[in-house]
Ligand binder design. Structure first.
Ligand SMILES: [Zn+2]
Length: 111
């Protein structure tokens, strides 16, 4: 992958990272009580709390992938599949800039 493309993707990743961090902070502020409080299953807040926790976990995972991809970019390996070492389809990177696995490997890993 040529350097220019990596730079464009890194910019995208950094913008995305900022957005995710903001989302996490917003959720944390909005749901401080529910997330920190001891809510058990009988509590009317339970379902809501579970939803928010799932959302936070999802954002956390997203942040991890973004950091991962940024580290790869630093090493000059952006766009290279972590598993098989083949270049990742640029069309895929266009849609999922934080992808560190090619479609085939992702399918295998998730199975
Ligand atoms: Zn692969």
């Amino acid at each position: 992958m040529v350097r220019d493309t990596t730079e464009v993707q890194v910019e995208k990743l950094e913008a995305e990272r900022e957005r995710v961090v903001l989302d996490v902070e917003r959720l944390r502020d909005a749901y401080r009580f529910e997330v920190d409080g001891n809510v058990d299953e009988g509590d009317p807040n339970f379902a809501e709390r579970e939803k928010v926790m799932a959302l936070m976990r999802g954002l956390g995972r997203k942040l991890e992938s973004i950091d991962n991809a940024l580290r790869q970019a630093e090493d000059g390996r952006y766009g290279i599949c972590e598993r098989c070492g083949e270049p990742i389809d640029p069309a895929r990177l266009e849609v999922v800039p934080e992808a560190t696995l090619c479609v085939q490997c992702k399918t295998i890993v998730e199975r």
